[in-house]
Design a protein around this ligand. Sequence first.
Ligand code: TYM
Length: 323
Amino acid sequence: MLRYITGLQPSGALHIGNYFGAVRPAVELQDRGEAFYFIANYHALTSTQHGPTLREYTHNLALDLLACGLDPAKACFFRQSDIPAVPELAWILSTITPMGLLERAHSYKDKIARGLPASHGLFAYPVLMAADILLYRADVVPVGKDQKQHLEITRDLAIKFNETFGDVLQLPEPYIRDEVATVPGLDGQKMSKSYGNTLEVFGTEKALRKKVMSIVTDSTPVEAPKEPAGSTIFQLYQLFAPADEVNLMERQFREGGVGYGEFKKRLFETFWETFRPLRERRARLQADPGYVESVLADGAARARIVAEETMRKVRAAVGLADP
Ligand code: TYM
């Protein structure tokens, strides 16, 4: 049976890039193997440095994921910081991590270029992520394309560890679906909290409608034919609409006669209806304040057992404990 792992940072509201890139694939995989899904709150500390906010984001993300169909009866669902072995393995891995490997990480370079302070935590982020994955001896990691390099680093570190200390760590594979590898945001760039171009899964109707209507388009007039391929509206519509509706929109793009405003309205309606059942489930879960905490506590207890098994081997291999 394959083992799956993925994590999401509690760094703000869940958006549809997260949903299609990672959450939906992860929810589908929970039926097919042994799933470990967690809230990466140590990682979020590299950007959210206000205790009450991090706590609130963590709780909200747990609710979001449960509302999206993560089923704690099938998947082990927990908070990263409830597993003390995570920073322990991260430290051990950091001692075999070449500086050059981290210096080449795109995510770090992008964040620095956008003005984030260059902290040690931000630089060492991929090592912590490698620890997350390697601890649970995962086979497959469902993620969006932006995490591909982090998975390569994880594999490099596992290989280096095994070469140095013996065959202890298991090499994971990324699982990235082509059609949702990079969901575009309102401006056509990758959808990302830090670009301010997101559509939230659980936003309010008014705010989301406004956002959809603000999607950037070219200035092709209503009557003129339009090219669907490069259009953010069309790309997003494909994520939600059934095939016949997608075909209809594609034809109307090519024929002309329908304006972008009309296409945006159609996109909004489909988007809003798609998430209706999830919104309803979230409202029900929210009514029981103790539920989320009990799910996360139970998940952490199960995850700690698996993590501890790996750590016993790791400590023995490196000489921190007897074999
Ligand atoms: P994070 O929190 O930035 O994003 C969570 C997941 O959403 C995916 N994603 C996207 N997919 C497609 N299109 C987009 N526009 C888009 N934006 C985000 C991300 O690829 C990710 O899968 N480092 C990770 C968290 C993490 C992790 C791990 C993941 C920590 N430890 C271990 C897997 C395994 C991150 O920052 O994701």
